[in-house]
Design a protein. Structure first.
Length: 430
């Protein structure tokens, strides 16, 4: 189907050729500029890369045989270039020959393959081409990040997070495995990944932007995943660096904003009438949260955080696993009590389910009132009970993980938010 651009009508073949040429030009321009800062003569520049991108498109149009011939020819050229660089490389002051890199040769192959891809998916090829050019242009920054900025322990923790998110999580079954239908391995492991991710993001922005801005951003973002997990992550940070206790506490308090927004979405999607009843309470609690977060950070100082805190790490896997194990136990206990006490015990069950997940507890109450099983008054009380249970658990967690100074900031703010939520709910109740 032709693509209309102004008064022109371009066929898909022309678009593919243009993208292949453009990708080759973009990568070639970067490689051309790299020649001035490279210890050896690079085998390809703007013209070579442009022809490689264009040649990939032409080979794709010609068929599989042409792609194979082009790939073999390119492999021969790249091998010959590498051998020549290895034999003619420059020597350093000690007389050792500098080993040649493979970046340009690999970029040649990638450019050809992007040209082949452009024949069937021009948009994808163009996007990947921009990413490749950006990677090539970021050589100095990436090397500095890997060799100077990133420590061995940080790399180890990053690999643990990657394995947890991209290897373990997809392999776990997304079904309950206990008789009470409460333990879902994938959902529990997702919480492990969420806690690790929140802690890692907080550590990263702390390193980049300093404590005042970095932890605040991490806390606000972490609240949308799990405010309880954010309290844990910030507590670990406060314990590692006591000077950051006030700022970490402010970030943990700020996580309640994300939690309240998520609570509003969950309740509103299941029972709009219940959201109307809770709207003033949620808004008031949100305003108090912001005030408490600012108050907690007041006087914390504006001194930038050092590039790397002594003995610090993005997260502690053992602490994360213990936290999730406790939540799994609470979920199991809640399910057992529900079966034992019956469906009429919803308010009592909120005490336990609120510890594990206040949003899930609120969703249960909202669904019950939407189905006509309970009234708006009882549903509002259930949400309040779950929120209070979650608040008590956060205060306990703050003391256990962050120490006294951290807890003395988090606990009063959490109690104040809960009190305002309860008072507003009482004030607006008919």
């Amino acid at each position: 189907m032709p693509t209309d651009i102004g008064i022109l009508s371009l066929t898909p073949q022309v678009v593919s050729l243009g993208v292949g040429l453009g990708v080759g030009l973009l990568i070639g321009l970067e490689r051309e500029r790299a020649k001035d800062h490279h210890p050896r003569a690079l085998p390809a520049g703007v013209r070579t890369f442009s022809m490689l991108g264009l040649g990939g498109v032409i080979a794709a149009f010609a068929g599989t045989a042409a792609i194979c011939v082009g790939g073999l020819f390119l492999a021969f050229v790249a091998t010959a270039s590498y051998v020549r660089s290895a034999t003619e490389g420059k020597e350093d002051a000690a007389g050792n020959r500098t080993p040649p890199g493979l970046t340009t040769e690999v970029a040649m192959l990638v450019t050809f393959l992007l040209g082949v891809l452009a024949a069937s998916s021009a948009a994808l090829a163009g996007g990947v081409g921009v990413v490749v050019a950006t990677l090539l242009a970021s050589r100095a920054r990436l090397h500095r990040f890997a060799r100077q900025w990133l420590s061995e322990r940080e790399l180890h923790d990053l690999l643990i997070l990657a394995v947890a998110a991209f290897v373990v999580l997809p392999l776990l079954p997304d079904v309950t495995v206990d008789p009470w239908q409460s333990i879902n391995p994938r959902r529990l492991w997702w919480l492990v990944v969420a806690v690790m991710s929140i802690a890692s993001v907080g550590y990263l922005v702390l390193r980049i932007f300093g404590a005042r801005v970095g932890l605040a951003v991490a806390g606000l973002a972490g609240g949308f995943a799990s405010s309880t997990a954010t309290v844990l992550a910030m507590g670990e940070r406060a314990r590692e660096a006591p000077a950051l206790a006030a700022t970490a506490a402010s970030a943990a308090i700020l996580a309640n904003v994300g939690s309240l927004v998520q609570l509003s979405v969950v309740v509103g999607s299941l029972a709009p009438a219940l959201l109307e009843r809770l709207a003033i309470s949620l808004l008031a609690a949100g305003l108090v949260t912001v005030v408490c977060a600012v108050a907690a950070a007041w006087g914390a100082g504006t001194t930038a955080t050092p590039g790397r805190l002594a003995g610090s790490r993005p997260f502690r896997p053992g602490a994360v696993l213990r936290f999730v194990a406790i939540l799994a136990g609470v979920l199991l206990l809640t399910s057992v009590l529900r079966e034992w006490l019956g469906s009429g015990s919803l308010p009592w069950l909120m005490v336990f389910s609120g510890i594990a997940d206040v949003h899930a507890a609120a969703a249960s109450a909202a669904q019950s009132t939407a189905n006509g099983q309970i009234g708006l008054g009882l549903a509002s009380a259930c949400v309040l009970i779950a929120y209070a249970s979650s608040a008590v658990f956060k205060c306990t967690l703050a003391y256990a993980k962050g120490g006294t100074r951290y807890a003395l900031k988090v606990a009063p703010a959490t109690v104040a938010i809960l009190a305002v939520f309860a008072l507003a709910l009482w004030w607006t109740s008919p």
